[in-house]
Design a protein around this ligand. Structure first.
Ligand SMILES: CC(C)(COP(=O)(O)OP(=O)(O)OC[C@H]1O[C@@H](n2cnc3c(N)ncnc32)[C@H](O)[C@@H]1OP(=O)(O)O)[C@@H](O)C(=O)NCCC(=O)NCCS
Length: 328
């Protein structure tokens, strides 16, 4: 007998157990953020009174984002994910959301197709060891084989971290101040086709220094403005990184041009030096895919970005890293 009820903070351990069984990267903070974003939009399914499955939806106007569709392995194939999805979609209909999106795993895709979702594009999850920032001219980047060796040898990782000089990064990269928040949200909305300002505010509150903005200006302007706050009018992109249960997750990273995207992605990688990283990159963004390859990362898996309802144009070429499947 199936019953669907609201998820609460007390269900976070259930969510953690289910996502661990699926080998996912989320932390308790990720679950709690979903509950804060949409307290009435997170659901638990109980089978004969036992909690066995979860699904969360978030509203980033005009998009409703579906995530954390997880079913306990012993009760899969009984229609539980389908029923939870129908419940979540009815909730989003009630909120008047015209577009629903998600990043599907291979297991989830057939369930969503039967519910009317269609594929938009692929998202590649790159994985690797962050050995430092971009190599100086004449120095080759660490290879994937080298990265594995580094992972097995923490001493080597420390050595690599010492080599990482963020001074090599774009001089315009700095933590996002409150005055830049609106410009960051506007750039993110243009890239993703969704207003994620509430999410971005939460991320800045959680880790104020982890969100970085890149402002574009000629070098002489940087010298003149040293020590002063940077003008948000010239914002070229932003980035965020967060700890996951298996790896540091780089993303979101959105940029107006490839040069800004590369610089922000390198700075994010540098911020994760000495750690394993995941980066979810839309496959159409060839420049970002080539960046990941050049930095010694390798594709670990793929997701399918899917949509139901009206198109909400995003710009994958400006997305250098998605947030991750739970927020797109
Ligand atoms: C993907 C996942 C959520 C599906 O959950 P589920 O509850 O098994 O999904 P459903 O039962 O609704 O549908 C799955 C299959 O069961 C079938 N089914 C549905 N109702 C059924 C019933 N009453 N009896 C038997 N089979 C049934 C469906 O037709 C479907 O068949 P398929 O093999 O052709 O795909 C689950 O496999 C899971 O948690 N996987 C790991 C995490 C993951 O990848 N999540 C998706 C993220 S995008």
């Amino acid at each position: 007998m199936l019953r669907i009820r609201a998820m609460t903070a007390q269900d976070v351990p259930l969510g953690m157990r289910l996502k661990d069984l699926a080998g996912w990267n989320q932390t308790e903070a990720d679950w709690r953020r979903l509950l804060v974003l949409e307290p009435a939009g997170c659901f638990v399914a109980e089978w004969d009174g036992r909690p066995v499955a979860t699904t969360c939806v978030s509203v980033f106007p005009p998009v409703g984002w579906v995530s954390m569709v997880l079913v306990d392995p012993p009760v899969r194939g009984r229609g539980i994910a389908t029923r939870l999805m129908e419940h979540g979609l009815a909730y989003l209909d009630g909120r008047g959301v015209p577009t629903v999106r998600l990043d599907a795993t291979a297991l989830g895709r057939p369930v969503y197709e039967r519910l009317g979702f269609a594929a938009e594009y692929e998202v590649a999850r790159w994985e690797g060891f962050a050995g430092g920032g971009p190599a100086p001219a004449g120095e080759s980047m660490p290879s994937a084989a080298h990265n594995h060796a580094s992972r097995a040898a923490p001493v080597r990782a420390a050595t690599v971290r010492e080599r990482c000089s963020c001074a090599r990064h774009h001089p315009g990269i700095a933590p996002v101040g409150a005055g830049d928040a609106a410009a960051v949200a506007a750039l993110d909305a243009a890239a993703t086709g969704a207003d994620r300002s509430r999410l971005l505010d939460l991320l800045r509150q959680e880790q104020p220094d982890a969100m970085k903005a890149l402002t574009r200006a000629p070098p002489d302007v940087w010298r003149a403005a040293a020590g002063e706050s940077t003008p948000s009018a010239a914002l070229g992109g932003y980035s965020w990184v967060r700890p996951g249960s298996r790896a540091m997750q780089i993303g979101p990273v959105a940029a107006l041009d490839d040069e800004s995207g590369r610089a922000l992605a390198d700075a994010a990688l540098c911020a994760c030096a000495g750690r394993t990283v995941f980066v979810d990159i839309p496959v159409p963004n060839l420049a970002a895919m080539l960046w990941a390859e050049s930095r010694g990362l390798r594709v670990q898996r793929r997701f399918t970005r899917m949509r139901r309802g009206r198109p909400a144009p995003d710009q994958p070429l400006r997305i250098w890293a998605g947030f991750g499947p739970e927020k797109g």
